[in-house]
Design a protein around this ligand. Structure first.
Ligand SMILES: Nc1ncnc2c1ncn2[C@@H]1O[C@H](COP(=O)(O)OP(=O)(O)OP(=O)(O)O)[C@@H](O)[C@H]1O
Ligand code: SF4
Ligand SMILES: [Mg+2]
Length: 317
């Protein structure tokens, strides 16, 4: 099986605003030593609460955010080591679907021009490919002469998916692709993404904060907390019996339709958790009910368990 995406020891720092001219430069480590890979045809879900670093990873994979350290290979090529002109052509192999179908489509352009854009050719030159992409997402090829405002939110997300498909990419990165849509159309778009994956043999990096969505779409899952991967494995293994205390809390925080209502939610923001974390310790220690003194001193490594998943916790062997 061939690796489509390989991310190794990826870290991303954002500079923070200085309080004054004389205060030291500080930065926020949004992604901290993250490694994972996806082989052809698999779908990996990246989950975690707001601010855990999911979109930062996605932006790096798309070549939109240069990492502070680490490597990122797509189809065996390091995209940050590629000459800009070569990267422009290589981009056809990886495409992205964004969360907001309103902001991601240029309202001044026709659907045909929007869908053809990643191929860097005109809508006229790409007529057949655009028609095929629109058909693949359940739209009419004649829609190519219309404008985005003439479509509903769900239809616009289908246009965005058609645009992502037009170059026949190997890798599709989807960052919360249904969370801005009405609940009534979310299932339709998820069904489409699942069907496209099967029919076109696509490989997905799929970002969501919704575990049910990840369970539906993905084979594997990486759980992120404060920029680090805390649990990584097969979706069924991880979600049926989460091992890391944070994954257990995430699973328990999922709305439950039983008489008890939603379970307890988190009490600290990721930024607060980062600030509370001792340098070198477990980032989850300030929230964790199982924390022992070692958790404050020593950062747990992501270690493989006998069932195939990996977990970063001193209390999980
Ligand atoms: N351009 C930036 N400059 C400074 N800080 C940033 C920047 N982009 C993200 N951050 C910070 O980095 C951290 C990770 O952000 P990121 O957007 O990757 O998280 P996320 O998991 O995608 O969150 P969400 O679920 O809300 O989309 C957050 O603390 C965020 O405030
Ligand atoms: S290493 Fe310690 S603090 Fe971190 S999740 Fe495990 S038990 Fe909790
Ligand atoms: Mg995000």
């Amino acid at each position: 099986m061939r690796e489509i995406l390989s991310v190794s020891q990826l870290s991303i720092d954002y500079p923070l605003k200085r309080e004054s001219l004389f205060s030291p430069r500080r930065s926020l480590r949004a992604v901290d030593d993250v490694s994972f890979s996806i082989v052809r045809g698999r779908a990996l879900g990246l989950v975690g609460e707001s601010g855990s670093g999911k979109s930062s990873v996605a932006r790096a994979v798309m070549g939109l955010q240069r990492p502070s350290s680490g490597t990122l290979n797509i189809l065996g090529r390091d995209i940050f080591a590629m000459p800009p002109r070569e990267l422009l052509g290589f981009r056809a192999h990886f495409q992205m679907i964004f969360q907001d179908p309103y902001g991601s489509l240029d309202p001044r352009h026709t659907v045909g021009r929007i869908v053809a854009e990643p191929a860097r050719r005109s809508a006229a030159e790409m007529r057949n490919e655009v028609a095929a992409a629109l058909e693949a997402v359940g739209l009419n090829p004649q829609d190519s002469s219309r404008y985005p405002h003439q479509f509903s939110g769900g239809q616009r997300q289908r246009i965005a998916i058609a645009r992502a498909l037009v170059t026949r990419p190997a890798l599709l990165v989807a960052d919360e692709p249904v969370s801005a849509l009405d609940v009534s159309v979310q299932a339709q778009v998820l069904n489409l993404l699942r069907k496209l994956r099967e029919t076109l043999g696509l490989t997905y990096l799929f970002i969501s904060h919704d575990l049910a969505v990840v369970r539906y779409i993905c084979d594997d899952i990486c759980v992120m907390f404060a920029g680090q991967i805390v649990e990584h494995g097969d979706v069924g293994t991880v979600l049926n019996a989460p091992a890391h205390p944070y994954t257990i809390a995430l699973r328990d925080a999922m709305p439950r339709l039983d008489r008890h209502g939603p379970r307890r939610r988190r009490s600290t923001s990721p930024e607060e958790a980062r600030a509370d974390a001792e340098p070198g310790g477990c980032p989850y220690a300030s929230r964790c009910t199982l924390a022992v003194p070692k958790c404050i001193r020593e950062r747990p490594e992501l270690r493989p368990l006998p069932d195939g998943r990996s977990v970063a916790c001193h209390n999980v062997q």
